[in-house]
Design a protein around this ligand. Structure first.
Ligand code: SF4
Ligand code: SF4
Ligand code: SF4
Length: 715
């Protein structure tokens, strides 16, 4: 199936058909969504339904269907995956003469060249797609598909990101493939590190996708190496033998003595002097090199091979103050009833114990070549004759030796039991689970985190002191730094992506996690503090209103305003439904102009949408916040449970000053619609909070209210 040339085309047809279907489904759902909204407002279901049928449905549903149908048009959908063609294969694995169709398990394209000697095609490398080697790495909001080329030595020849979804991809274009990022993988061997920030530079404002690409390439390449490149360095490094030897190499002589691999044996001599022997199994080249160093081991091994045909070596370290010299003829091995004398040919000199683990532990070393009839899986005794004539065992010292499981497995060629091995850093299991959230701290951009914390402190200072000057400075900071310089602002895509992939989306972006936690916590306690001065687009609208002559500023008629504020909730529901039902689709940029202006979109359509919103905000303050912002809608829903709200005083029953000044039209008489309030402080700064009364006396208020007489007459 994967090699089928029609596969991608069918996938795209399916893709578009599903999107049409789901857009219309979402349209129907969103048309009835006001029912839910009115329920939130505690209206009765019957009156809700009546109202829905009479007014809202007739006014908005047609519009919604038109908008959603337009959105479902293929040219506006997320970019489809790049199809793997010969041209793409050549780009990722240059230099091959031909490429096979995808086949095998796991599936690969083979890069082929004609062998000049045999004139036959031979494989010179492999190309593979990361989705074929699960688990898929999830990027910002969807799996990241990468085509990887690798030669027979496990060196990456190139990568091509076939498909990914980034928040502002439609605005920035295919920025991951077009930037320097993919080239960093060229000529990288799979035994090397692939950590973003340490081994590979990430992409600014696309940290999660950078991580997903790096991990996906590394995991897939190592799996392919395990299957197709049995001679590669990676496979040899990760074999259980290699890991087992690393375990032993990491141990000290004392560790080895403690765990029984080295047995220290004190043999009292008849004259009370002592012979100290240290025994250690060396039935594997790697073991021998660890114990006595590669030079001494290879010499001993060569000599032993010349003397006896087979048998494993048991290291004998020699030390002590014995007045009798050590004699190999006095050694023997006993297993059960069988005694195996160590003949001269079965004992070799190893060296003066200057290298390996034995260095400085004994004075010199030899090795006995154990008889092949000894069952290494069973314990055996080593005997040393301390008395009588040589060759007789008049007085015998004895010690038991059991070959430990790891050396035994190494010497017999059996796989080392995995439970005896720790996770090796290059081991597949280890790197798959490696530091899911570790990078959050390890690779955090601490300067950015510091600047962000400063900004958050200013936001809170402005909010708590109600100081207008501090707030305007904070708004400027937010607009310039968070908007244009850093681009790390919160977006509705965070909500939709959280719906799609859960908290894992924060695994490698500490600044993002900090700003989102701040937003959630402050909204839960005080309402939309974020909208007050931490949203760059809110700040931009505030600056526009600030510099617009007051006589330009208008209000929509109350009847229209009251209905229009629900458009943003409908948009939010639509985006969430789409995120749930179709993970490859990215629509939020048509409803959220943040990316257009702060990432400098290349799309005229998006600039047109932005211009319309900014123009509207010239005449109606915070127009976008009032009617269209799905993020504001999400925060508004959370704000409904915020306990610490804005205080109102008795004068507010008749006074209209704050109502007229509110930038979002959230005040109606004495009531504040808290989900619409952006905590801008305009009304609160008119109160003397501590005294709990308005700082304006009623006479002052009367003067400022145009229709005081009419209002006063009705009260
Ligand atoms: S409503 Fe939207 S645009 Fe306005 S301040 Fe809040 S998040 Fe920003
Ligand atoms: S000016 Fe004072 S009395 Fe008037 S609405 Fe604002 S807080 Fe209430
Ligand atoms: S003026 Fe309006 S938006 Fe600002 S704090 Fe008061 S109610 Fe909220």
């Amino acid at each position: 199936m994967f090699g089928s040339p029609g596969y991608s085309r069918h996938r795209h047809i399916l893709f578009h058909s599903r999107v049409y279907l789901q857009c219309y489904s979402a349209g129907i759902l969103c048309s009835i969504s006001p029912l839910l909204v009115f329920r939130i407002l505690r209206m009765s279901p019957i009156s809700t339904l009546k109202r829905l049928l009479k007014s809202y449905f007739s006014q908005f549903s047609v519009l919604i269907f038109i908008v959603f149908s337009w959105l479902a048009s293929p040219q506006l959908l997320a970019q489809p995956p790049i199809e793997v063609t010969d041209e793409i294969l050549r780009e990722v694995f240059p230099g091959a003469q031909e490429y096979s169709v995808k086949s095998g398990e796991p599936p690969v394209y083979r890069a082929l060249n004609i062998n000049p000697d045999s004139t036959e095609l031979e494989t010179v490398g492999y190309l593979f797609e990361t989705p074929d080697l699960p688990p898929e790495e999830i990027g910002y909001s969807a799996p990241v598909d990468v085509l990887v080329g690798m030669d027979l030595k496990g060196t990456i020849t190139g990568i091509k990101i076939l498909h990914y979804i980034e928040s502002y991809k439609s605005i920035r274009g295919d920025f991951i493939n077009s930037e320097y990022f993919p080239q960093q993988f060229d000529d990288k061997n799979i035994v090397e590190g692939f950590r973003i920030g340490r081994d590979v530079d990430g992409i600014s404002r696309a940290t999660i996708t950078s991580w997903a690409v790096a991990r996906g390439v590394r995991n897939a390449a190592r799996r392919i190496a395990e299957t197709y490149l049995s001679d590669s360095e990676f496979v040899s490094l990760t074999s259980s033998d290699a890991v087992a030897l690393r375990v032993l190499a990491d141990q000290s002589w004392d560790d080895m003595t403690e765990n029984g691999f080295v047995v220290n044996w004190i043999i009292p001599q008849p004259d009370t002097s002592e012979l100290h022997l240290s025994l250690a199994f060396m039935g594997h080249d790697g073991l021998g090199e660890i114990m006595v160093g590669d030079v001494d081991y290879s010499r001993a091994d060569r000599e032993a091979s010349a003397r006896v045909r087979d048998g494993n070596m048991l290291l004998v370290g020699i030390d002590g103050n014995s007045t009798q010299p050590f004699r190999q003829e006095r050694l023997a091995v006993q297993q059960g009833e069988n005694i195996f004398p160590i003949e001269r040919r079965r004992f070799v000199y190893v060296g003066s114990a200057d290298y390996g683990k034995i260095a400085n532990q004994v004075r010199f070393a030899g090795a006995m070549v154990l008889d092949p009839d000894i069952d290494l899986a069973q314990p055996f005794d080593v005997l040393y004759n301390t008395g009588g004539r040589v060759g007789e065992f008049g007085s015998i010292a004895r010690i038991s030796y059991q070959v430990a499981p790891i050396p035994l497995a190494l010497s017999t060629g059996q796989p080392v039991p995995p439970e005896l091995l720790p996770e090796f850093e290059n081991d597949l299991t280890a790197f798959e689970n490696e530091g899911l959230y570790a990078s959050l701290i390890n690779d955090a951009p601490w300067f950015d985190v510091g600047v962000l914390l400063l900004l958050l402190a200013m936001v809170m200072l402005a909010f708590l002191t109600k100081n207008a000057k501090i707030r305007w400075v904070t708004l400027a900071f937010t607009l310039v730094y968070l908007g244009w310089m850093d681009g790390g602002f919160v977006s509705v895509s965070h909500i939709t992506n959280f719906v799609k992939i859960g908290p894992i989306m924060f695994r490698s972006d500490l600044p993002q996690l900090v700003i989102i936690l701040f937003t959630l916590i402050t909204t839960l306690f005080w309402g939309r503090v974020f909208c007050s001065s931490l949203c760059p687009f809110g700040a931009l609208q505030d600056f526009i209103s600030h510099f617009t002559p007051r006589h330009f500023q208008k209000e929509l008629p109350a009847a229209i305003h009251e209905k229009a504020i629900y458009i943003k909730y409908i948009i939010l529901i639509f985006l969430i439904v789409m995120a749930f039902s179709f993970t490859n689709l990215s629509l939020f940029q048509y409803f959220e102009p943040f990316g257009t202006i702060f990432y400098f979109s290349q799309s005229y359509l998006l600039w047109g949408i932005l211009a319309a919103f900014l123009l509207a905000s010239v005449f109606i303050s915070r127009f976008y916040c009032r009617y269209a912002c799905p993020l504001g809608a999400g925060l508004g829903v959370i704000a409904l449970i915020s306990p610490w709200r804005i205080k109102r005083v008795s004068q507010c029953d008749v006074c209209k000053v704050c109502e007229q000044a509110c930038p979002t039209g959230a005040i109606s008489g004495p009531e504040i619609d808290f989900k619409e309030c952006v905590r801008c402080d305009v009304c609160e700064s008119k109160l003397i909070a501590r005294a709990g009364v308005c700082k304006h006396d009623m006479e002052a208020v009367k003067v400022r209210i145009k229709h005081w007489d009419a209002v006063g007459a009705t009260n």
